[in-house]
Design a binder for this molecule. Structure first.
Ligand code: NDP
Length: 329
């Protein structure tokens, strides 16, 4: 069994030296436990925050111990009722080839409904984040104009498509390359731009000349400032992530225009997907239907091998991924 440990805490951008590949024995289950051979693990931007030794909504990763995070795999040994070898389960002990866990901490998934990787993305955490943030937190209504940043990523690509399927009048996305912008057009976005091509404020104004009702923020900083400027009366923003500042060592320079919240009566609302579990059933039913009838497409970027998991993590921070970033173990 190989696993990735946190060797040191990154200052600014992480480097390969912050991680260590460690060889251990394949574990054996005790009473109530299972052993899972992980097939896919998720790498997520939020993991960067857990590498800092600061108090947050999730505890920091420990030094010289395996990292963790979403994973899906096949049960190879079980001492628990209700789960048997051969079952496929979703759980929270990624970053290792074999995971030992209490059966209670694993959820069985059906590999005949979708490829197992989908339970980490489109049918899993990032899909639910998009669904809950757009429809519940921001309360998008039919006819409204939606802007989403990080639009070609796992969450953002779902936000745009769910918005269209829920009757949005106009959906605009921003992403970091021409190829990603092209992909957004194919996914049904009405307009998209590459934020490297010029100021976000100008490009957003051109893409949404009548303003924005709902902003789904994955990025923060200049994007958030531009969205606040573009928002119409009673606009709402679902504040999901601020990836533009996850590696910064300085406080952000933007947004500088928060006074606009007053006159425009704007709502900026942060949220965590973990608080929206009550929507999971509805989300899975809707998403499974959209996947079945082909009205939603999803992309995955798959990196091979546990030894490349740190590089995959750096990749998701750099923007190497189209759609959900995964490691196949
Ligand atoms: P993505 O698949 O969107 O990957 C991250 C993307 O961020 C990259 O592909 C890159 O794309 C973009 N990016 C990186 N740096 C910058 C930058 N400086 N400015 C603009 N874009 C940048 O990841 P996820 O879909 O998993 O997550 C998206 C966001 O949602 C993150 O901020 C994450 O922390 C947050 N999140 C929040 C949750 C919650 O419960 N609140 C749950 C899940 C995710 P590009 O090439 O376009 O730059």
């Amino acid at each position: 069994n190989r696993e990735i440990h946190l060797a040191s805490r990154p200052q600014g951008w992480p480097t390969a030296d912050n991680f260590r590949l460690v060889q251990t024995e394949v574990p054996t289950p005790g009473p109530g436990q299972i052993v899972v051979r992980n097939q896919f693990m998720s790498v997520d931007p939020y993991m960067r925050g857990r590498m800092n030794d600061v108090r947050s909504y999730v505890p920091p990763f420990a030094l010289d111990a395996p990292l963790d995070g979403g994973a899906v795999g096949e049960v190879v040994a079980s001492e628990a009722d209700g789960i048997k070898p051969g079952d496929t389960v979703l759980h929270g002990l990624g970053w290792r080839e074999y995971a030992l866990l209490d059966a209670k901490a694993a959820r069985k998934v059906d590999p005949s409904v979708a490829p197992v990787s989908a339970y980490l993305g489109v049918l899993g955490m990032t899909g639910l984040t998009a669904y809950a943030g757009l429809l519940d937190v921001a309360g998008m209504k039919p006819g409204e104009t939606v802007f989403v940043s990080g639009a070609a990523g796992a969450v953002g690509s779902m936000v745009g498509q769910i918005a269209k399927l829920s009757g949005a009048g106009r959906v605009v996305g921003s992403a970091g390359s021409a190829a990603k912008v092209e992909r957004l057009a194919a996914l049904g976005f009405d307009a998209a731009f590459n934020y490297h091509d010029g100021p976000v404020r100008d490009q957003l104004k051109a893409a949404a000349p009548d303003g924005v009702d709902v902003y789904f923020d994955n990025v923060g900083g200049e994007h958030l400032e531009a969205a606040i400027s573009a928002m119409r009366l009673h606009g709402r923003a679902a504040i999901c992530g601020m990836i533009a500042q996850y590696n910064s060592t300085e406080p952000p320079a933007a947004p500088r225009n928060l006074a606009l919240l007053i006159g425009k009566r704007l709502t900026l609302r942060g949220f965590l997907v973990g608080d929206h579990g009550h929507l999971r059933k509805q989300f899975v039913a809707d998403m499974a239907g959209w996947l079945r009838d082909g009205s939603i497409s999803y992309d995955e970027t798959v990196v091979e091998g546990i030894e490349n998991a740190p590089e995959a993590f750096l990749g998701v921070l750099r923007g190497d991924n189209l759609g959900k970033m995964l490691v196949r173990l």
